[in-house]
Structures are given as C-alpha cells and as structure tokens.
Write a protein that binds this ligand. Structure first.
Ligand code: MG
Ligand code: MG
Length: 267
C-alpha cells in the first residue's frame, strides 16, 4: 500500500532530510585517508544527535550502526568498523538515514578518498555518472509520470557507459517507515508501471557496477558486494512529489531542492 503524505508531513520529512544533508556535508568535509569507517559513523551520529534526531538504520532489523559504509567492491549495507581504514583512491559509499518527528530521510553518496586525482578516469566516470543517473531519475518523479519513467531514465545512463545496474536492491517509498511501498527499480520502460501522484515520497538510489550486475552477500549477512569484485557506486536522495514538481528533501547546500526549477548537477 502506498501511503501518500500531506503537505505538512512533507515539511516534517524535509526536516529529517535536512538533518541527513548536514550529516553528509560533515562527512564530505572530514573524509581523508587514514580514517576508519567507524570514524565516519561517529561523525554522522554526532550530527544527527545534536539535531535532536535519531539514526534510521541503527537497530533496523538488527543493523548495528548509524551509517552503511561500503568500500570499493562493496555495493551497499557495509558495517562501519575501526578495522576498515580508508586509503587514498578508495571508493566509499556512505548511506545515512535520520528520523525527525516520526519521519525518515534517506540519502547516500559515493566519494573518492583523497580526491578525484587519486583514481582513474574510469572510476571517476562511474562515480559521476551514477550521481547523474540519480538526478535523471529524480527529475522523473512527477505527478502523472510512471515508475517505469524513473527506472528507464536511470538505466539509460548506465547503458550509455556499459555499467552493470544492480537489480536486487532498489529505491523505495519512505515516510514513517524507512522502507515503504512502492519499490523504485533502477531499470524499466517508459510509460510502464504505477502512475505517480502528488504526495508520494520515494528514495531514488541507483547502484552501478564497473562489471556485471551480479551481487552476493558476505557472511556478516549485511554487506552486499559485486560478484565479480569490480567497483561499485551508489547515490541516493529522498524526493517528494509536490504541486511545484519534485522536491529533493535531502538536498545539500550545493544541490537544487527543486531540480526542475533550476540547474541540475550533471556531474
Ligand atoms: Mg539509503
Ligand atoms: Mg534507501
């Protein structure tokens, strides 16, 4: 069942989304080689708690941390650890959720540890174009469009570059629960699938691999990795359908909250 949100509820979700945005900004500013993924987790937890909010993931089905931190060939759901020390040129996917007044915000980034110049053009392209695909999907989250329009827009970017599109893990509705109906796949056909309407709030979250789309889960029963060991990137924002078009509730200071109203980052 899809639970539509009122305008007042979307404002509450925007407050949750902005706590997540502040956490990501703090993480982007702090990230450097030699930090552990547990260091990142503590930074995010501190931002969330100072805002009077609660981490969404900690305790979710027993997940032990504030962030999911997935390095290199890890796709999603990596567990922060003092033993995972980031090195120059690593890819680190950071997924963060927070609850404010009973509503969740959910957003992910993939960053290159030590900066763009520490890795190859191929990896830079993977990171940039996964983010680009997220924005192309977010733009489609409009009243009257269909879920297939979102998936097709995301998938088209992957196809252009030959990236594997993860199929087992997809975007989702979000509200009082972290994961609500519907599923929002990163593939699809234009004009197909459920019709979206004002009041929907969903997370759009492409996961692209340099190799094939195949995944497997590690023995910790959380960490999902690429089956072929190739690198993977993941970007995510939470978006509401409003009378003014899609509103990105987790947009950071340097990103448009209303992507159809202004310039949309293409890189
Ligand atoms: Mg997430
Ligand atoms: Mg999500």
């Amino acid at each position: 069942m899809i639970i539509k949100k009122t305008a007042a509820e979307i404002e509450r979700m925007a407050r949750a989304g902005q706590v997540v945005a502040r956490a990501h900004e703090a993480l982007m500013a702090a990230l450097r080689p030699g930090m552990s993924t547990l260091d990142l987790d503590r930074i995010a937890q501190d931002v969330i708690e100072r805002a009077g909010a609660t981490p969404s993931f900690k305790g979710y089905r027993g997940f032990p941390a504030t962030l999911c931190t997935s390095r290199n060939h890890e796709i999603v759901h990596g567990i922060p650890s003092a033993d995972v020390v980031l090195e120059e040129g690593d890819l680190i996917s950071i997924d963060c959720g927070a609850v404010v007044e009973g509503f969740h915000g959910d957003s992910a980034t993939t960053l290159i540890v030590g900066g763009d110049q520490t890795t190859t053009e191929e990896v830079r392209t993977l990171v940039r174009e996964t983010r680009n695909a997220m924005w192309r999907g977010l733009e489609q989250v409009c009243d009257g469009n269909r879920l297939g329009d979102v998936g097709a827009a995301v998938e088209a970017v992957a196809d252009e570059h030959g990236f594997g599109v993860v199929r087992e893990y997809v975007g989702h509705g979000i509200g009082r629960a972290l994961h609500e109906d519907p599923s929002v796949p990163n593939y699809g056909r234009p004009g197909k699938g459920l019709r979206m309407t004002t009041g929907w709030v969903v997370a759009v979250e492409p996961m692209f691999n340099l190799g094939t789309a195949a995944t497997r889960t590690l023995d910790d029963e959380w960490t999902v990795v690429t089956a072929d060991g190739a690198l993977s990137a993941h970007w995510e924002h939470t978006v509401a359908i409003t009378p003014d078009g899609p509103r990105v509730l987790t947009a950071r200071e340097d990103e448009p909250a209303y992507p159809l109203a202004g310039s949309v980052p293409s890189s």
